[in-house]
Design a protein around this ligand. Structure first.
Ligand code: NAP
Length: 481
């Protein structure tokens, strides 16, 4: 039996592994379904892919990188950083690639973790770092299977297709599309962008970091720490706007001013791309080249609903056919499934899918009542609309380690979350979420489930999350002897 199995080798899995190792809990193995590490930063290789949180903040606190070449690093650099993390902390030989976890059963003393290859691994603790956004969501559009061109999702970008001179239809205007549309627009013959809901877009303070600044960061690590701190607090200042939509409506003025500036000579297009909901209700996007790309002569923004796909293009509800050689889906991910799609059985034979029938719920996003010694990094209600998820990952890892230490201290078999503590916690955050902009801003988003409940976001400051996750509250947990 192994002490800890970690599932996934993105920021969450690697972050947990480093901290376990540092704490002397070296008996762990990372299971990774892919053939390389990096999670979302391995999967998303679409043109223009980058992070919209500054890299000096969107990185591990324990492994600062003085060599970021841009304020907002692009995907290859972030992936390389994760590879470097694995090297620096000697994690490579602790990862088993090509191993997909499909289920896990608690038998009263440990977890039997099953893989797609039919193998069973036994572990005391299981840490899921499987992320929330990796299953592409491709809409079920009539006739799509008859399309004679190529169609793919942004997270499964087909680099074998040369887009130069092609007529490309892009569906979706979310965080991914606003990055790849400007990257491909100059090459394609024609780009028709299907916008169902116009997002709020703000300018991105993205710039190269000079070699002298990088040298300074290398020589004076304190400078880099100060830079990180300043970014951290600038992001935290946004929280008030998300919780109090009145404040956000004032900030919205910045978005309107940006629209007026970019579309000064084109009021029709400006109206087309002006959002009709309160800023922040959906993720606030940042780009300097998205709006300018929409003004290109070879780009058209189409707002008519898609009714079907033919062999040669996309037909809208008004009967117009938009010819296409390639269709790219920037249509996001299946969020709700997450861990519930794995066959996980906890105490008394309770299945996670049943426990989460009304939607995923955990205590501080990390532990789930009835599922002892199981941890979900980036679990329910840990997502952020305003800052770095890496901060949340590190906070959750604190909780995981404290829970493990507590089990050992009590010479117990396991730790389980008390259902009443989990229920109280969720009632508290749902109460806070009910008045926040995500619920009241007048939009539909993947943050909300089909009942309108927000199971994805943390409604508050990240320092309050950090404070609550630093140590487990013994009153919220039960020790299993
Ligand atoms: P997304 O934000 O969910 O956007 C999906 C887009 O597709 C939306 O514009 C949506 O329209 C549209 N859409 C979905 N189904 C459609 C349909 N049937 N017909 C027409 N349009 C449809 O997905 P994403 O852009 O892939 O981003 C997902 C998340 O990944 C982000 O919210 C963010 O958390 C993360 N991400 C982060 C970064 C980063 O820089 N950190 C970059 C990329 C992605 P509606 O708005 O009308 O639903």
């Amino acid at each position: 039996m192994i002490d800890t199995l970690i599932v996934g080798s993105g920021f969450a899995g690697l972050g947990a592994a480093v901290k376990l190792d540092e704490a002397g809990r070296r008996d762990f193995l990372i299971l990774e379904k892919g053939d390389s590490l990096g999670g979302t930063w391995r999967d998303n290789v679409y043109p223009g892919c980058a992070c919209d949180v500054e890299s000096h903040l969107y990185s591990f606190s324990f492994f600062p990188n003085p060599d970021w070449t841009r304020t907002f690093a692009r995907q290859p650099e972030i992936r390389a950083y994760l590879e470097a993390t694995a090297d620096r902390y000697r994690l490579r030989d602790r990862i088993r690639f090509g191993v997909q976890v499909v289920g896990a059963e608690w038998d009263g003393t440990a977890w039997d973790v099953r893989t797609a290859d039919g193998e069973t691994l036994r572990a005391r603790f299981v840490v899921f770092g499987t992320g929330a956004l990796h299953e592409p969501q491709v809409p079920d559009i009539e006739g799509l299977d008859r399309f004679a061109g190529t169609a793919f999702h942004s997270a499964q970008w087909d680099h074998s297709v040369d887009l130069a001179g092609k007529r490309v239809v892009v569906i979706g205007t979310g965080a991914s599309a606003i990055q790849f549309v400007p990257a491909i627009a100059p090459d394609v013959a024609r780009l028709t962008l299907f916008q169902r809901t116009a997002p709020w877009v703000l300018p991105k303070p993205d710039r190269p970091i000079s070699s002298s600044t990088r040298r300074r960061f290398r020589r004076f690590p304190l400078l880099q720490r100060l830079q990180r701190l300043s970014l951290y607090w600038r992001h935290e200042a946004l929280v008030a706007g998300f919780l109090h939509p009145r404040i956000m409506r004032a900030v919205q003025g910045l978005g309107k001013a940006y629209l007026r500036k970019v579309f000064a000579g084109d009021p029709d297009l400006r109206r087309t791309v002006t959002p009709d909901f309160t800023m922040g209700c959906k993720r606030i996007l940042m780009s300097n080249d998205y709006y300018p790309a929409l003004r290109r002569p070879n780009v058209a923004v189409e707002t008519a609903a898609i009714s079907r796909v033919t062999e040669t293009g996309v037909v809208t509800a008004d009967g117009v056919e938009h010819p296409a050689d390639v269709i790219v889906f920037g249509t996001g991910f299946k969020v709700a499934d997450g861990l519930a799609s794995m066959a996980i059985t906890g105490r008394d034979g309770v299945k996670l899918a049943d426990a989460w029938a009304e939607g995923p719920e955990a205590l501080l996003g990390t532990t789930v009542a009835g599922f002892p010694n199981l941890f979900t990094i980036v679990g329910p209600n840990t997502g952020l609309g305003h800052s770095s998820m890496v901060f949340m990952v590190e906070s959750q890892v604190d909780t995981v380690l404290d829970a493990m230490r507590t089990v050992d201290r009590h010479r117990a078999v396991a730790i389980d979350t008390r259902p009443e503590a989990q229920a109280r916690f969720n009632a508290e955050i749902q109460d806070r979420l009910s008045t926040a902009v995500w619920a009241t801003g007048g939009c539909a988003s993947w943050y909300l489930d089909e009942h309108g409940r927000n199971r994805t976001l943390w409604p508050g400051y990240t320092f309050s999350f950090r404070r609550r996750t630093r140590r487990i509250d013994p009153g919220h947990h039960e020790m299993i002897a």
